[in-house]
Design a protein around this ligand. Sequence first.
Ligand SMILES: *Cc1c(COP(=O)(O)O)cnc(C)c1O
Length: 355
Amino acid sequence: MTAADNGENGPARTYNQFASDNYAGICPEAWQAMDTANRGFVPSYGDDCWTERACGLIRELFETNCQVFFVFNGTAANSLALASLCLSFHSVICHDLSHMETDECGAPEFFSNGTKILHVGGAEGKLDLDEVERAITRRSDIHYPKPRVLSLTQATEVGTVYTVDEIGAASDLANRYGLRVQMDGARFANAVASLGKTPAEITWKAGVDVLCLGGAKNGMAMGEAVVFFKRELAEEFDYRCKQSGQLASKMRFLAAPWIGMLESGAWLRNAQHANRCAQLLERELSTISGVDIMFPCRANSVFVQLPGRSAEALREAGWRFYTFIGSGGARFMCSWQTTEEDVRSLVAAVRLAIG
Ligand SMILES: *Cc1c(COP(=O)(O)O)cnc(C)c1O
């Protein structure tokens, strides 16, 4: 920290980090859009021109007349979406590593009044459809929580991406048994950037019913959109948002950043940039002997096994990153704000830590 950082605005500090894409700030396009929306009086609770325009842009992006709601974060988006698809005696099938199973503190169960999460395995963070089918068909009696929703994470928690065909196959299986399909798209933009397909092709055209579309990790301050491709599934969803404390009174500031991101194309540029940084990082790390890449890098994260005590050494050198998957597995996550220099200095630090 330099003396200049401790000016009259208080201490400023930046970290050497690849911990998460939510360590990044707000991208200029989102920031500018909030500033533009910060004019005069407009109606509250979403009854305003900014919210209308943001919803319209999301409909254009997905090329369909979907129903759109803005909530504060991804936990709420997932939980409320599931609650609208399930009754309390239903169950949702998701991957062992899925955010809703491992990182939402029981919120999906809480907001659905008891819907049970059934989690299954699968290589590279993707659902194994045979396991899914077994979870659906294992029981059909009244004592088993009735499977109602299949949830896919796109991009996955380990930085892989479902292809169009894989999404279609999962949806077909779900439809065969009367399940609906929800997609956790906290990093949806990274998946679009990776696949080079349109948002429509990897959602409703492939059988997805509801998408939780991430904003925060893509460069906004906060906010996710819940996108219902089957409008009837959104019935009374506004009441769920209000009851759960997710209805923003100054909704224009939750909506406006979407306008900035979508009109400028920043949503895709940011994701392409983050993905490129991760690819560079993967390439560089794979040249260091002793470093094992754990999953193919398809989005904006790289998972590696670091030898010996090198993860600790890297931390002691001031680097922040998560090690929550497997023993010694380190996750390095890139964002719109990551620079090539950041990548190169991490690689140098890894070399040093390994010694
Ligand atoms: C970050 C993330 C979320 C949303 O998390 P919040 O902290 O609640 O915004 C949801 N799903 C996945 C896969 C995530 O990585």
